[in-house]
Design a protein around this ligand. Structure first.
Ligand code: SIN
Length: 504
C-alpha cells in the first residue's frame, strides 16, 4: 500500500488526501495549526466554474487567460475549467451547501474580469469556511490520520527521492510520496489578507530539496482590504454586486485605468487604488457600498458585515476605507498537471504549486477551484505513479552582493518586501532588497523555521522580479517607462503605516 503524507489542510490538501485515500493509499495529513486553520477557511468570494446553461468552459478559459495576461499554460487552463464542474459536484456530494436562487439553481455572483456571473458561494461570503468544514468532516469520516500542530521542518531525501518529512521536534514520518499543500506566502508582506500561517513553508522546503520553482515574481495584491484595524479582505464580490471605489473628493477613479472600472482585472484595480492613494497623500481610498443598503449587505456578506461593524463602521450608510494588500502567489513549485514536481516522490498542489494555470495574474475565485481540481488530480496520480516522468532540476542558485542590513526581524522583512518588491517595483529597490536579504541570509543568528522559510522565498521572489524587467500582469516595473509609472512611483511611500519602520 502506498503511504502518503499531505502537508497542509486547505482545499487542495484535503482534496488530495481524500482522493489518495479513496484510491487505496494510507494517508496522513500534517498541519501546523488545527485542521481548519487554513487560507481556505477565509476565502469569501467563492469558487468559479462554468455551471450555468448560459456559460461555457471556453468563456471561463478566455477570462482566465485575459486576467493572466496570456502567460497561462493552455493545458493547465483546459484542465481547470474543464474539470471544474465535476469538482463542484464532488464538493456538493461532500456536503458543501452552496447558496441557491429561488428556483433552486446555484446562486452565482459576478467578480472582476468574469464575462458573466459564475462564482458559486456559500453562507453569503463564507464559502471557504463551508468548504473547509465539509472537507474536514469528510477526512475524519474516511479515517485519515490527522497530525495537528505539527510544523514541517524539512523533506527527507534518499538518493534524490523524497522519502518522508521531518517535523520541528525531529520526528520523522516516512512515506512513499509527499504532497505539499501549505498555501502561499502572504506573510512576506507588511499588509496582507492572509492569515499568520501563510509563511511559504512548503515552497521553502521544496527549494531546499532542489525542486524547480517559477513565476515567483507574480504576487497578487487584492485591491480592497479594510484599512482600519488588522487588514481584512473585502471581497471583490462586493464590487460585483455594485459597490464602487471613490477618492477623497468622491470621484470614481477606476475608469481612468480600464474600461471595466472596478471590475477590471485585480492587478489593474489594485494599482488604480494605489495611484489614487498616492495622489491623496497616502490616505486610503473608499469603497462605497451604500447603494446596496444595510440589509442586503448583512444578508449577502455577513462575514464582512461583522468585520466592518467590529471596526465601528457602518458600510450601509457610509463608504469604508480600503487599501491594497498582498493576497495570492501565482508562482510556486513547478508541477505537471498531476502535481508532480521535479523531485521524485514530491507533489505540490494549490497555492504552493505553479502549474502555470494563472499566468501573470489569477482570475478571481479560480483559487478554490485550482485547489479542488489539481488536488484531486494529485491524489489520483500518487496512487498510480510507479515511474517518475520529470527530469530532476538543477537547484536554483541565487546570487546577490551582501548589503548592509539591520538585524533581522519578521516585521523588517515584511516592510522591505512591501516597499521594494510590492505593487510597484524598480531595479534600485529590488537590488537594495536583494542585498539586505543576502545579508540576513548570511547571518547565522538562529531564527524560527517560518522566518527561515520566508527569508528563503523572499530571496527567490526578489530574484525573479529582478530578472523580469518588463511589466506584465501582477508584476509592475515602474522603471520600464509605461504611462502610469510616474504617479505609481510614490505608492510605496504613501502606503499604510508600517508595523515597524525599516531602519536602513
Ligand atoms: C475575493 O473574494 O475577493 C477573493 C477571492 C479570490 O481571491 O479569488
Amino acid at each position: 500500500m502506498t503511504t502518503v503524507v499531505v502537508v497542509g489542510s486547505g482545499i487542495a490538501g484535503l482534496t488530495a488526501a481524500l482522493h489518495a485515500s479513496e484510491n487505496g493509499c494510507r494517508v496522513t495529513v500534517v498541519t501546523k495549526g488545527a485542521l481548519p486553520d487554513t487560507n481556505t477557511r477565509w476565502a469569501q468570494g467563492g469558487i468559479a466554474a462554468a455551471t450555468s446553461a448560459s456559460d461555457t468552459v471556453a468563456s471561463h478559459a478566455a477570462d482566465t487567460f485575459t486576467a493572466g495576461a496570456g502567460l497561462n499554460d493552455p493545458a493547465a487552463v483546459d484542465v481547470l475549467v474543464g474539470e471544474g464542474p465535476q469538482r463542484i459536484a464532488e464538493l456538493v456530494a461532500r456536503g458543501v451547501a452552496f447558496d441557491r436562487a429561488a428556483d433552486g439553481d446555484f446562486a452565482r455572483g459576478l467578480e472582476a474580469a468574469h464575462a458573466l456571473p459564475r462564482v458559486l458561494h456559500a453562507g453569503g461570503d463564507a464559502t471557504g469556511a463551508a468548504i473547509q468544514t465539509a472537507l474536514g468532516d469528510a477526512v475524519r469520516a474516511a479515517g485519515i490520520e490527522v497530525r495537528e500542530h505539527a510544523l514541517l521542518r524539512d523533506l527527507s531525501l534518499t538518493e534524490g527521492r523524497v522519502t518522508g518529512i521531518e517535523l520541528e521536534d525531529g520526528e520523522r514520518l516516512d512515506a512513499d510520496a509527499v504532497i505539499l499543500a501549505t498555501g502561499g506566502a502572504g506573510q512576506l508582506y507588511a499588509h496582507t489578507t492572509n492569515p499568520l500561517g501563510a509563511t511559504a513553508d512548503g515552497i521553502a522546503a521544496a527549494i531546499r530539496a532542489g525542486a524547480a520553482v517559477a513565476d515567483l515574481e507574480f504576487v497578487q495584491f487584492h485591491p480592497t482590504a479594510l484599512a482600519v484595524g488588522a487588514p481584512f479582505l473585502v471581497s471583490e464580490a462586493v464590487r460585483g454586486e455594485g459597490a464602487v471605489l471613490i477618492d477623497d473628493t468622491g470621484r470614481r477613479f477606476a475608469f481612468d485605468s480600464h474600461p471595466d472600472g472596478e471590475l477590471a482585472p485585480r492587478d489593474v484595480v489594485a494599482r488604480a487604488n494605489a495611484r489614487a492613494m498616492a495622489a491623496q497623500g497616502g490616505r486610503p481610498v473608499r469603497l462605497d457600498a451604500t447603494a446596496l443598503g444595510p440589509e442586503r449587505l448583512a444578508q449577502r456578506f455577513p462575514t464582512i458585515d461583522a468585520a466592518v461593524r467590529e471596526r465601528g463602521l457602518d458600510w450601509g450608510r457610509e463608504p469604508i476605507p480600503v487599501t491594497p494588500a498582498a493576497h495570492y502567489l501565482m508562482g510556486g513549485v513547478v508541477t505537471d498537471l498531476d502535481g508532480r514536481t521535479t523531485v521524485p516522490g514530491l507533489y505540490a498542489v494549490g497555492e504552493t504549486a505553479r502549474t502555470g494555470v494563472h499566468g501573470a495574474n489569477r482570475l478571481a475565485s479560480n483559487s478554490l477551484l485550482e485547489g479542488a481540481v489539481f488536488g484531486a488530480r494529485a491524489g489520483d496520480a500518487v496512487a498510480r505513479d510507479r515511474e517518475w516522468p520529470l527530469a530532476p532540476a538543477a537547484p536554483a542558485v541565487l546570487t546577490a552582493p551582501v548589503g548592509d542590513a539591520p538585524a533581522f526581524s519578521r516585521a523588517r522583512l515584511q516592510q522591505l518586501m512591501w516597499d521594494d518588491a510590492g505593487l510597484v517595483r524598480d531595479a534600485a529597490g529590488l537590488d537594495r532588497a536583494a542585498g539586505i536579504l543576502a545579508g540576513w541570509r548570511a547571518d547565522s543568528a538562529p531564527r524560527g523555521i517560518e522566518d527561515d522559510n520566508l527569508l528563503l522565498v523572499a530571496a527567490h521572489v526578489v530574484d525573479a522580479a529582478r530578472s523580469r524587467t518588463a511589466s506584465v500582469g501582477a508584476h509592475f516595473r515602474a522603471d520600464t517607462g509605461t504611462a502610469t509609472s510616474a504617479p505609481l512611483a510614490a505608492v510605496a511611500a504613501s502606503a499604510p503605516p508600517a508595523r515597524e519602520a525599516l531602519a536602513c
